[in-house]
Design a protein around this ligand. Structure first.
Ligand code: ADP
Length: 395
């Protein structure tokens, strides 16, 4: 190989390698290699490890001829042959044949793709109307096939890597969760035990007001325990997709006002402002949707104390959009992508009690409504949760 070719290959290698997306890498590779090895269409077939059937992983029409994506069936039988033999397979029209339409003279060649040392698929190219594949062409195309296999292997590794990262993060969160939950369970239990033991003491008598206060604390702490256990059960049911939803027409503006009224009875100081556009009801589970807003309120009270809450509702395309904004401290941008993960709590958030289940539950409920929830936050300015729920035009 001369130095000029080597330097071209080196440049191409760098360019392909830099592409984040494997398909963009393949595009660059094929467009560039076509200068030395002409073909009209290219397709990559990969074996499905479970069904053993062939899937078209990539297809592209480079020259004249058919639309590759719509018609990648042209190479399938050749790909099957490549995979069953493990060899390069060629299919060319009989030597010397002519036809007025060059599309009728298909020259096909298929190369095995070894991914992680396993024969996993085939690269097939088609050239209409010749010329026949020369030895040099076959060598260039074989190099191309090696390269394709390497790119697919890199894609598989990247996918495996990000899956592993997510599993590792989940494991770490679960570890944290065990210590958080034991603390969260012990605290209300400690109060209940402490105040009931005091009330039961034989050597002391309590006046009515104190007795009432103690009983109130016991009652509130028992409620807190119940909520905690319900959250845990619910998040487990949501994860295993066994939570039942009861759908019916729901007016979100009325639901928001109901939840706010309930919250205000416990937190009369909390200022809640509404800006609600009148919209038709949606198809939803009112109890679960109330739970979503309950959670957002309880978070705002915990993480943005003293802030007012502004809730707005409007139509956004086919969706009803609710924005729920506080003017608290906000959340650093680095943490925002993980906020809706099960057990996730912003690091350093240890002074405020919580389990990291609330927003996970919110997200699962909204998704069960085929909606969307996300968060926007500006440090020092506040946090806004946005929920979109599909509008049902029949309601
Ligand atoms: P929990 O409140 O039990 O920790 P959530 O899933 O409800 O769990 O919330 C996850 C994290 O998101 C919280 O730990 C908190 O750090 C952050 N967070 C949620 N809502 C707000 C908010 N309104 N302002 C600031 N941080 C918030």
């Amino acid at each position: 190989m001369d130095t000029h070719t080597l330097s071209l290959l080196n440049d191409l290698f760098q360019e392909v390698q830099q592409k984040q997306d494997w398909k963009a890498g393949l595009d660059t590779l094929f467009i560039s290699m076509r200068g030395s090895f002409v073909f009209d269409n290219v397709a990559i077939y990969l074996e499905d490890p479970l069904t053993k059937g062939l899937d078209v992983a990539y297809a592209r029409a480079m020259g004249r001829g058919k639309n590759a994506e719509a018609d990648a069936a042209w190479g399938e039988s050749l790909a099957n042959e490549v995979i069953s033999t493990g060899n390069i397979v060629m299919k060319e029209p009989q030597s010397g044949s002519t036809h007025p339409n060059r599309l009728a003279l298909a020259h096909l060649i298929g190369f095995p793709l070894y991914i992680g040392a396993r024969l996993s698929g085939a690269l097939v190219v088609i050239r209409f109307g010749g010329p026949e594949y020369s030895k040099l062409h076959i060598q260039i195309a074989s190099l191309q096939a090696f390269w394709v296999a390497a790119l697919i292997e890199r894609r598989d590794l990247q996918e495996a890597r990000s899956e592993l990262d997510s599993v590792q993060r989940q494991m770490r969160l679960q570890d944290d969760f065990v210590s958080t939950i034991s603390h969260e369970l012990r605290t209300p239990l400690g109060f209940i035990k402490g105040y009931s033991t005091s009330l039961l003491r034989q050597d002391t008598t309590w006046d009515e007001e104190t007795t009432h206060e103690f009983l109130n604390i016991i009652d509130e702490e028992a409620d807190r325990l119940t909520r905690l256990i319900e959250d845990m059960l619910e998040s487990a049911r949501l994860q295993s997709k066994t939570l039942q939803f009861k759908f019916s027409p729901v007016r979100i503006d009325a639901l928001l006002r109901d939840v706010a009224t309930r919250i205000n009875t416990h937190h009369p100081e909390l200022k809640i402002t509404f800006d609600l556009e009148p919209l038709p009801p949606i198809h939803g589970d009112g109890m679960r949707l109330s739970q979503v807003f309950d959670n957002l309120f309880s978070n705002a009270i915990k993480y943005a104390p003293t802030s007012e809450i502004v809730i707005s509702m409007s139509a956004s395309g086919d969706y009803l959009r609710v924005t729920f904004a506080d003017k608290g401290e906000g959340i650093p941008g680095d943490y925002l992508p993980f906020l809706f993960e099960r057990f996730y709590r912003v690091p350093g958030e240890r002074t405020v009690t919580g389990t990291g289940l609330g927003l996970y539950i919110c997200k699962q409920i909204v998704m069960a409504h085929h909606g969307n929830i996300w968060v926007e936050s500006v440090l020092g300015e506040g946090t806004t949760f946005i929920i979109e729920l599909p509008i049902d035009p029949t309601l």
